[in-house]
Design a protein around this ligand. Structure first.
Ligand code: F6P
Length: 541
């Protein structure tokens, strides 16, 4: 039986009808619009009233979730069914925040033991008991990883800076560009620096190159090869490779193939987060994720934040032709959140065949991009307000600041609310023209300027608001987007948990590296690649 398409005749009719509506009119006609189109989960508020939906349309969107058997999909994921069908793997990052509640006793034990080891290490660091080979207290942690082994921990460590338990500096090295590792090492003292090599596979080119560079630097600086065991830790599923690298077993934290790389910050890949914020706050972070899991599993779709956001995303991509989705965090703590979500969303839902391998005939994962407000107002908001693209926006903001200074937070919040209001209401040409005529401008000048200054409005947005950013709230936010992405993958009938698209580039780079390393080797690439290799041979050697 063929799977239902996300593009239905009913929803197309709603689209035609709502294309003749405006958001401003929908608000004017319904004083209860905010109450009607907002939902909460443990203090986290989603206001989705500024989207082009009404009751009938939302009803049809919610039906789509049923037609696509979303509940069955959710149950299958939480039960550990191999829903990553191209790799025959379960998808169980949720088990890492509920202690493996629904899993076999051995798996549960492994999860809890590993977490306890992470937290014990965090206790040691906090108490100044983590020492290097010279007996000096560790004051710098360098996380070496890339993609999911970097972006999540880096984002969370920065986001939770107000909750750091010690002055330990935490650095992240990801890029194979030698600039990254060399600049980082230049700021480290080998006697007080600890390296965590994070790689699910322990085969990733960038990570292994940086890890080798760090080890070589350590030995060169200290002449103490025997001290590697005190300064190098690893997180991986590939315990043999980590051991072969020279990391003693007691310094290796396991993870499991049922944790996807981009979903892995809840596992020991999040060791740097635990070291930064300590036991209690890390538990709160997991509890935030768990609260969202329970909400996602058990709330009716109409109150279900991830489901609502997912359906609105499908609505925008498949009916309104939105190709991208902006994420604007009015919270400096979340400066890295858009980059983190880029991998989470685009590596998960950037797919063009169904789970059975047939080409889709509808748009899937949107291009996700964004930044931190108010800075973005002074860079790309012009395009959001007056450009030709239809770009739905997620705004994220706290009611309070983690680091209040005078009235600044109120100004931040006011700007956030003003932006979503401006996108929604716009500003009419007639009003602008009248305003300028009143100011004494000529008819011709007023008409011309009004056309330039007109803001069409009617551009959709969600606003997510929380009391103040805490580890719990960050856990909720991450799990919210994880489940949004998963829900969309069910509706689009795609596998959100593999990433075959990144493989070809990895393979080709191996061949090209061979050619670059060996100047005598004949190279038989395409003309463009050959030309670029020639340029390198002329200038890079
Ligand atoms: O290249 C993509 C990817 O496989 C991501 O999915 C993953 O997060 C990243 O590489 C790093 O992989 P690993 O943790 O195995 O080094």
């Amino acid at each position: 039986m063929s799977k239902p398409s996300p593009v239905t005749a009913t929803l197309k009719q709603h689209h035609d009808r709502l294309s003749r509506q405006t958001l401003a009119r929908l608000f004017a006609e319904d004083a209860q619009r905010f109450q009607r189109f907002s939902a909460r989960c443990d203090g986290l508020l989603l206001d989705y009233s500024k989207n082009l939906v009404d009751e009938a349309c939302l009803e049809a969107l919610l039906e789509l979730a049923d037609q696509c058997e979303l509940q069955r999909g959710i149950n299958a994921m939480f039960a550990g069914d191999p829903i990553n069908n191209t790799e025959q793997r379960a998808v169980l990052h949720t088990a890492l925040r509920n202690g493996g509640q629904y899993l076999q006793p051995e798996t549960r034990q492994a999860i809890n033991q590993t977490r306890e080891r992470m937290l014990a290490m965090a206790d040691q660091l906090q108490q100044g008991e983590l020492k290097g080979y010279a007996g000096r207290t560790i004051d710098t942690i360098v996380n070496i990883g890339v993609g999911g082994s970097d972006l999540g921990p880096m984002m969370a460590v920065e986001a939770l800076a107000s909750y750091h338990q010690s002055a330990t500096r935490i650095r992240f090295v990801s890029n194979i560009d030698p600039v990254h590792i060399s600049r980082t090492l230049a700021q480290c003292d080998p006697a007080t620096t600890l390296f965590i090599i994070c790689s699910k596979t322990f085969t990733t080119l960038e990570t292994l190159a940086n890890a080798r560079a760090a080890r070589a630097w350590f030995v060169a600086q200290t002449a103490r090869e025997d001290a590697i065991h005190q300064h190098f830790y690893a997180v991986s599923t590939n315990l043999e490779a980590a051991a072969e690298f020279g990391i003693p077993e007691r310094n290796i934290f396991p993870m499991w193939d049922w944790v996807g790389g981009r979903y892995s910050l809840w596992s020991a890949i999040g060791l740097s987060i635990a070291l930064a914020i300590g036991r209690e706050q890390f538990e709160a972070f997991l509890a935030g994720g768990r609260a969202m899991d329970d909400h996602f599993r058990t709330s009716p779709w109409r109150q279900n934040l991830p489901v609502l956001m997912a359906l609105l995303g499908v609505w925008h991509s498949d009916y309104w032709g939105a190709q991208s989705q902006a994420l604007i965090c009015y919270d400096q703590n979340l400066a890295q959140f858009p980059a983190y979500l880029q991998q989470l969303d685009m590596e998960s839902n950037g797919k063009s065949v169904t789970r059975d391998g047939w080409p889709v005939d509808y748009a899937t994962g949107a291009i996700l991009w964004g930044g931190v407000g108010t800075n973005t107002q002074h860079s790309f908001h012009q395009l959001l307000h007056q450009g030709t693209h239809f770009i739905p926006v997620d705004f994220i903001v706290g009611a309070r600041s983690t680091d209040p200074v005078g009235e600044q937070h109120a100004a931040l919040l006011a700007n956030c609310l003003a932006q979503s209001q401006a996108l929604m209401q716009g500003r009419s040409e007639e009003d602008l023209k009248q305003q300028m005529l009143d100011q004494g401008k000529s008819e011709a000048e007023a008409a011309l300027l009004a056309r330039h200054r007109r803001i069409p409005g009617n551009r959709p947005s969600n606003t997510l608001m929380y009391p103040v950013l805490t580890p719990f709230v960050l856990g909720q936010l991450i799990a919210l987007y994880e489940h949004k992405i998963f829900t969309q993958s069910v509706i689009w009938d795609i596998n959100a948990f593999d990433q075959w698209g990144v493989e070809l580039g990895k393979e080709l780079s191996k061949t090209i590296t061979g050619v670059l390393k060996n100047p005598d080797q004949a190279h038989r690439q395409d003309a463009s690649t050959n030309g670029l290799i020639e340029y390198y041979r002329d200038n890079g050697l």
